[in-house]
Ligand binder design. Structure first.
Ligand code: FAD
Length: 465
């Protein structure tokens, strides 16, 4: 195989075995896919081999265009598995997965980026159908002129497939909940090649698992989503964004004050913090506060309260469109992001969390902090496979550790307060992370579903229940 060719040069037996495997990758390929694959020797390989967080060396990347291509790719992987003990198989939608699992070494990548259609099915009702390979910046750009918004991640290059199967916390979390809370239907193709149309009434158990645990059950090729209709007078302004840079000596007190402010704020307000320790031993906090419409009368008093949380270095307040809030950089993925990320979901945002963050910032580059209350709490604990419905905070740490163990050790002060983890927001995919992402009953139920639809473990990359 590509990876080992150099290593086995001169070893006749190994060279022969590798040649056989290479041939297998060729001969097992369904005819329909012949013109849709990219191999290591191809010119475009450099652009498709990696994800944002990981450099990969797959044997084959399938650039799927249709549901049939997805079915054929799964059949191909099943065929390879008959002769190879392990076939790494990655699904890639936006390529922004934190663990880098949408690429691999020596296996197959199913790339869905060409399956990126966004269709407004019913504008008045806000019903939208989106293929998994679309990215959120594209979604925002398409929906903004129709005054429609879907709560998603904050970053425009993140894929619809990864978020709509795993969670989705962003600038509208308190107002609209998670992305998965807006999925009202989906098409999932399982390891046996069967195409399932999922909704509350069609295969409800699989629909439950898809929303929060979907990354390991099959390939989600499209989603029907309930978008939120904004009552704006102009498409150029759907929301109010406040950008504040605080400078504080007391990060413990800052976190407690911010926690109190966001908890009392109406649900229209969501806030996103990036906290850093500066070389001058003070803390710089970059806050993006988003009010989910343009009602200044209600928003301004809350924005003023935010200005009173701590000392301010700079601030600005703007009305902007949904498309400007989630810009679409369209970066090429070459494994450029080298940092590692761990996260924690916590019951309360208070001074003890502030103390833990202070400790972590002795070594971390950045701590992100977001609220997880509001609409997220209004969905029942058992309604989706996202098990963290009654918590107040979600935070993550960005570090450059030498190992996963070091990352977890340095994040330990926060982990002591953690009651859960967001699986898709973690560089680490160990069973410890899995148990926190899908604890207790949720984990058992999801495991039963996984055993039912993927008993052989065909979908074998990324976090597994
Ligand atoms: C810079 C950055 C910012 C981020 N910001 C946010 C944020 O604000 N909020 C938030 O909630 N998350 C955020 N994330 C995390 C992100 O949402 C998840 O990592 C998500 O899984 C990425 O989706 P993707 O399609 O781009 O990922 P990919 O890398 O394409 O896929 C990641 C994994 O998801 C699974 N997967 C992908 N597509 C499918 C599919 N169609 N069917 C089944 N499984 C699939 C696969 O297991 C794959 O390995 C961010 C990540 C990065 C790198």
């Amino acid at each position: 195989m590509y990876t080992y060719k150099k290593k086995v040069k001169g070893d006749v037996k190994m060279e022969k075995q590798l040649e056989q495997i290479n041939q297998l990758f060729e001969t097992a390929l369904p005819k329909n896919l012949t013109n849709k694959i990219i191999k290591p020797e191809d010119r475009d390989y450099h652009y498709v081999r990696s994800s944002y967080m990981g450099v990969g060396r797959p044997e084959i990347v399938v650039m799927a265009e249709t549901n049939q291509d997805v079915v054929d790719t799964i059949a191909y992987v099943n065929e390879l598995r008959k002769s190879m003990s392990e076939v790494p198989f990655s699904i890639r939608s936006g390529g922004h997965g934190m663990s880098g699992s949408s690429t691999n070494v020596g296996g197959v990548i199913l790339d869905l980026s060409k399956m990126n259609a966004i269709e407004i099915l019913d504008e008045a009702a806000g019903i939208v159908k989106i293929q998994a390979g679309a990215q959120w910046g594209q979604v925002a750009g398409t929906l903004a002129p129709h005054d429609l918004i879907i709560t998603s991640g904050n970053f425009g290059d993140v894929g619809v497939g990864g978020i709509a199967t795993s969670g989705g916390s962003g600038y509208f979390t308190r107002h609209q909940g998670l992305t998965i809370d807006h999925v009202i239907g989906a098409t999932l193709i399982t390891a046996d090649g069967v195409i399932h149309e999922l909704s509350e009434t069609s295969e409800p158990e699989l629909f439950w698992g898809l929303r929060g645990g979907g990354t390991q059950l099959g390939v989600a090729v499209d989603f029907t989503l309930q978008a939120h209709k904004v009552n704006s007078t102009t498409h150029d302004a759907s929301v109010i964004q406040q950008h504040i840079t605080y400078v504080t000596e007391d990060v413990e007190q800052f976190v407690a004050n911010w926690g109190r402010w966001i908890k009392q704020a109406p649900q229209e307000m969501t806030s996103f913090l990036m906290i850093q320790k500066t070389p001058q031993n003070v803390y710089a906090v970059d806050a993006r506060n988003v009010w989910a419409n343009t009602d200044t009368e209600r928003a301004v008093p809350e924005l003023e309260k935010a200005l009173a949380i701590d000392k301010i270095y700079d601030h600005s307040e703007n009305m902007m469109s949904y498309a400007d809030l989630i810009p679409y950089p369209q970066s090429i993925h070459i494994g450029q992001q080298k940092i590692k990320i761990a996260n924690a979901i916590v019951d309360k945002v208070d001074a003890s969390l502030g103390r833990a963050i202070k400790e972590v910032l002795e070594t971390a580059h950045v701590v992100e902090l977001r609220p997880l209350d509001g609409k997220v709490h209004e969905v029942g604990q058992d309604e989706t496979a996202w098990a963290h419905r009654h918590r107040d905070g979600f935070l993550s740490v960005w570090m450059s550790p030498k190992s996963d163990d070091q990352l977890l050790a340095e994040f330990a002060p926060v982990m002591e307060l953690a009651t859960g983890m967001y699986g898709a927001y973690s560089s680490i995919t160990t069973s410890e992370v899995s148990e926190l992402a899908w604890p207790g009953k949720t984990g058992k139920r999801l495991k039963a579903l996984k055993n039912q639809v993927d008993p052989e473990g065909v979908f074998n990359t990324g976090l597994q229940v």
